[in-house]
Design a protein around this ligand. Structure first.
Ligand SMILES: Cc1cc2nc3c(=O)[nH]c(=O)nc-3n(C[C@H](O)[C@H](O)[C@H](O)COP(=O)(O)OP(=O)(O)OC[C@H]3O[C@@H](n4cnc5c(N)ncnc54)[C@H](O)[C@@H]3O)c2cc1C
Length: 386
């Protein structure tokens, strides 16, 4: 959807088509099947200047915002190239450093990350806490002006190919704080530091990024590693989590369109009862309905990104966009698959591989139920369930 974009935004949105000329969905699937990081494609994106979309020019970026980041993701998604590494680094971690990082973060790490010389991953999830991040136990104990980080984080995407990880830890234990949202601190942790180990979490879906459990054992951190204020990390956390919702919603819209384009093409050509199957409303209407839902979710993404860029509260629209886009993405891939009949399940068609990705995004990073609880409770004012 090219609605209401300026020339630069339109170019960013259309970049996916350009990228796909060298690194297309077949390239993505080949890497995803092997769990191999698509380095050549990542380097090309870096060279073309898209890693620093949300980073001010003075730190090596292009000084744009969430709108352009989401357009990039939706545009690459349109061509069946879903890259989680763009989500965790350029969208979630780097802008947080640009806003709240130390001089070292801004002047050394950001220019290197915008060039693609170093990569970032993001760690909040703990097995024992799950969606209830308040219960996390990874602790950075203060020792003078230094910290000792111990604990573990799980499902950390692309930790193996990352140089740094933006870690959310407690600096004050839950039972020592007045409010459960107090006592969090964000750290940009150099993954080469002593005391860090990682173990692969084997997941069943094709992805170009592997997932890892990170173990921190007395990792020494200094004040230069702190992002934002000590004990007050929660106040800036949603400037990372809302963009995550928006960019993944954009990705779902892109993948949904990719699938529907394939579905329409196939349904217009395949002829089994004397006319193209797309003429049957049983085939046509599910795709038309999914198309409508994708375009509506895409509009909500644009609204969420616009609010974020304009410093307005974006929780409501980010959650609605994430919820609507994941559901629409699943519906779109499913309708396109159904239109393909048996051929939808062949490797040559390459459609089925898109299903696990959109299905994943109903559950992670924030599950459907928590999006709906946010809307029902925080937006609509119904009683809290948790
Ligand atoms: C492929 C993949 C990549 C990931 N990448 C990262 C990453 O890079 N960094 C990171 O930090 N994390 C990452 N995650 C973790 C992800 O964010 C979590 O899996 C997600 O937040 C859900 O947490 P959980 O798995 O512990 O589910 P749980 O919290 O155990 O929830 C399980 C289910 O219970 C239901 N539920 C939970 N609470 C409620 C409630 N209050 N009301 C109603 N229903 C509820 C939901 O249906 C939910 O799906 C990744 C996960 C996957 C699978």
């Amino acid at each position: 959807m090219n609605f209401n974009l300026n020339d630069e935004q339109r170019q960013i949105y259309e970049y996916g088509g350009q990228l796909a000329q060298s690194y297309d969905n077949v390239y993505w699937r080949d890497h995803a099947k092997r769990g191999a990081f698509p380095s050549e494609m990542f380097d090309k994106i870096a060279k073309d200047g898209f890693l620093g979309i949300m980073i001010p020019e003075e730190y090596g970026g292009s000084g744009l915002g969430m709108t352009e980041m989401a357009l990039f993701m939706e545009g690459t998604g349109n061509h069946g190239i879903p890259l989680l590494s763009i989500v965790i680094g350029p969208c979630m971690s780097l802008p947080q450093l640009a806003r709240n990082g130390s001089d070292f973060h801004k002047n050394e790490l950001l220019p290197a990350a915008c060039r693609g010389d170093i990569k970032f991953c993001f760690a909040i999830t703990e097995a024992g806490a799950g969606s209830n991040s308040m219960k996390m136990t990874t602790m950075a104990k203060q020792k003078g002006n230094r910290f000792s980080l111990s604990g573990e984080k799980t499902f950390i995407t692309a930790a193996d190919v990352s140089d740094y990880c933006l870690v959310v830890a407690r600096t004050s234990a839950l039972d020592k704080v007045a409010k459960k949202t107090d006592g969090f601190t964000l750290f940009a942790v150099d993954l080469k530091k002593k005391g860090i180990e990682m173990q692969r979490v084997r997941i069943s879906i094709p992805l170009t990024e592997e997932q890892w459990t990170l173990y921190f054992d007395d990792v020494d951190l200094g004040p230069e590693d702190v992002v934002g204020e000590i004990d007050n990390g929660f106040s800036i956390l949603f400037d990372t989590l809302n963009p995550e919702r928006i960019i993944l919603a954009a990705l779902c819209c892109g993948i949904g369109r990719f699938a529907l384009n394939r579905g329409v093409e196939y349904a217009s050509e395949r002829n089994v009862f004397g006319q193209p199957i797309g003429a049957h409303q049983g085939v046509q209407h599910p795709m038309a309905k999914a198309y409508t839902n994708i375009e509506m979710a895409s509009l909500m993404c644009r609204r969420a990104a616009w609010e974020f860029d304009n410093g307005l509260p974006s929780g409501e629209s980010s959650n609605m966009a994430k919820y609507a886009a994941a559901e629409a993405g699943i519906e779109a891939v499913d309708a396109a698959l159904q239109a393909h009949g048996g051929s939808g399940f062949t490797e040559d068609t390459g459609l089925y591989e898109m299903y696990p990705m959109v299905r994943l995004l109903r559950t992670a990073p924030v599950n459907r139920e928590l999006c709906l609880s946010y809307i029902g409770q925080k937006v609509m004012g119904m009683p809290r369930s948790y």
